[in-house]
Design a protein around this ligand. Structure first.
Ligand SMILES: Cc1cc2nc3c(=O)[nH]c(=O)nc-3n(C[C@H](O)[C@H](O)[C@H](O)COP(=O)(O)OP(=O)(O)OC[C@H]3O[C@@H](n4cnc5c(N)ncnc54)[C@H](O)[C@@H]3O)c2cc1C
Length: 287
């Protein structure tokens, strides 16, 4: 199918973007990498009056290190995140997760901001952002606000973005001593959205898990922090008993959906498979 007719705008400044968002309101759609928006336009699942292409906005594709941490611009392509030395050093969790996003052609166009704004509950980046305790920069004509990723994702394809606002960047706080990260996902085929995935970080202190952040995706309406499993791990040294306790606790944390890709029981099972794998990686990892 072809999309319904729409007006196409390609602003070259944030001010111009905000003018367009004001002018079209709900009838204007931001276009970033287009990897999700274009198929939905073509299938006429969305029929906006205007498409506002932000690819020419200057500076939004930059990745830089600041006193607050690693700042990744909204227009950073997935493939750039796979290769970036800064991302590998300061956010290795993201570098590890990104090769799982679609295929190379999709990663070449898809953007960080598009993935965060889309808020697919089976997407890798939202879960990584929550696991990293990252902050999402939201900018509108009214100014800028910085929101913890954990507060940004509200439900299936639903975020805290307000009318006239766009995602401009993600800030990953500087890693402090002892933190390590691990990532695993299970999908039917390489490049498919995950059935279940886990983005995790722990802080080790003399071999003891002092803090844990376990964020599952594909098991709820948004990234799900497995707080009972985190509690079960905290204070322990990695052992078969500790992981078994965390796996049991995990079943209280998640309420997976049923869809054509898998039943809740399958997803519960797969989450329980991923947890020990990731814990094992975390105990071996150096970052
Ligand atoms: C075959 C296939 C497989 C895929 N597999 C995966 C996968 O495994 N994991 C995964 O995470 N994704 C996957 N994707 C989606 C891909 O990662 C997309 O690139 C991503 O979800 C959206 O990014 P985008 O830049 O393409 O956004 P677009 O498609 O341009 O936009 C998506 C939505 O976000 C809005 N938007 C975009 N940028 C902004 C912004 N800066 N501020 C506010 N709103 C904005 C748009 O208006 C639109 O509603 C897949 C896509 C395809 C086609």
């Amino acid at each position: 199918m072809k999309p319904a007719p729409f007006e196409y705008h390609r602003p070259v400044s944030l001010a111009e973007t905000f003018d367009l968002l004001d002018r079209y309101g709900d009838d204007g759609r931001i276009l970033a990498g287009g990897q999700s928006l274009v198929p939905t336009l073509n299938m006429r699942l969305v029929t906006p009056r205007a498409v506002i292409d932000i690819n020419r906005l200057p500076g939004l594709d930059a990745t830089r290190i600041t006193p607050e941490g690693l700042v990744i611009g909204a227009l950073a392509r997935h493939e750039v995140l796979v290769r970036s030395a800064l991302v590998k050093e300061h956010a290795p969790l993201i570098a590890t997760a990104m090769p799982h996003v679609g295929h190379e052609a999709i990663r070449t166009r898809g953007t960080l901001g598009g993935s965060l704004a889309l808020a697919d509950p089976a997407a890798e980046l939202p879960a990584c952002a929550v696991a990293l305790d990252a902050t999402i920069g939201l900018t509108s004509r009214r100014g800028r606000r910085d929101m913890p990723a954990a507060d940004f994702f509200r439900g299936i394809y639903t975020t805290a973005l307000e009318p006239g606002e766009i995602v401009t960047d993600l800030t990953v706080p500087r890693a402090t001593v002892g933190w390590r990260s691990g990532f695993e996902e299970l999908a039917r085929r390489q490049g498919d959205f995950a059935l279940v995935g886990l983005a995790a970080r722990v802080r080790l202190d003399a071999g003891v898990i002092a803090e844990a952040r376990l964020v599952f995706f594909g098991v709820g309406t948004r990234p799900v922090r497995a707080r009972a499993a985190e509690t079960a791990l905290t204070g322990g040294r990695a052992s078969a008993d500790l992981v078994t306790a965390a796996r049991h606790a995990l079943q209280n944390d998640i309420d997976p959906p049923a869809d054509i890709h898998g039943s809740p029981a399958l997803r519960r099972h797969l989450a329980g498979v991923l947890l020990p794998r990731v814990v094992s990686t975390l105990m071996e990892a150096r970052t």
